[in-house]
Design a protein around this ligand. Sequence first.
Ligand code: AKB
Length: 313
Amino acid sequence: MAHILVTGALGQIGSELVPALQAQYGRENVVTLDMKSQPAGFAARHEVAKLPAKAVLARVIKKHRIDTVYHLVSLLSATGEKDPSYTWYLNVQSLKDVLDLAVEHKLKIFWPSSIAAFGPTTPHDQTPQHTVLAPTTMYGVTKAAGELLCQYYFLKYGVDVRSVRYPGVISAEALPGGGTTDYAVAIFYEVLKTGQYECYLKPDSMLPMIYMADAMRATIQLMEADPQQLTIRTSYNLAGVSFTPAELVSEIQQHLPLKVSYKSDSRQAIADSWPNSIDDSVARKDWGWRHEYDLPRLTTTMLEKLRVKLGVK
Ligand code: AKB
């Protein structure tokens, strides 16, 4: 049975990955680490630590006899531009620490990359698996560098490290923090709370997105895949659904009245540098990936979940 550590466990992805891993591998076998204390009942074993902190990580790995790490700690694209140096330090140094400890303790690693690893010179439509990685945000630079670091540790030391390039992840549990794709979560809260939303991207800014349940299935499926089947040790392209703010608004309006205004901010340039859609055929071929949530299903599910969470009829 796996002994798993999830770093950044209280973030948007960790908040839903931890319960999914607990359901699959047993509650006792999933240790969580975050800079915040855990909410009551979240994990059986929780460690509070601010990464990068290699010695602390080493202690946690030994203490809980960890064999698998989901290393989720990261600053996202918009926040990353506010403090590029710290973003590099946190995102890259903490990954390197985890990879070094993986060599020492023979750990299996999951590390999330992102569509942010692509840039303005990457083909924007059906972005291929093997293509130009020339990002123009520091977050993207850390993802492109991190992908190469993962592949280097696989080739040089045989570390079993696996990764996907997440699109914008849409979920109803924890809010995303400091990303460019966050509007596609925030709009659901606002339609239920106020019926109005001011969008910081233009109505026709198409971006690749994925519903959380699909993202979780992909993550666990990749980690369970036969290593012989894996041909990518940088990071797999992963696609769910692509849409523009205008398309999301019109889908939500099928359910509820919503007034939207558009006022672009600095996140527009980031969105413009990213793909419109992703070709994930290599993930489909290598480990059988298939997304299940299209725009109508994602919209209905988000509204159902948030109605319960926010206590709105
Ligand atoms: C962001 O918008 O920064 C993230 C991402 C696409 O990695 N959601």
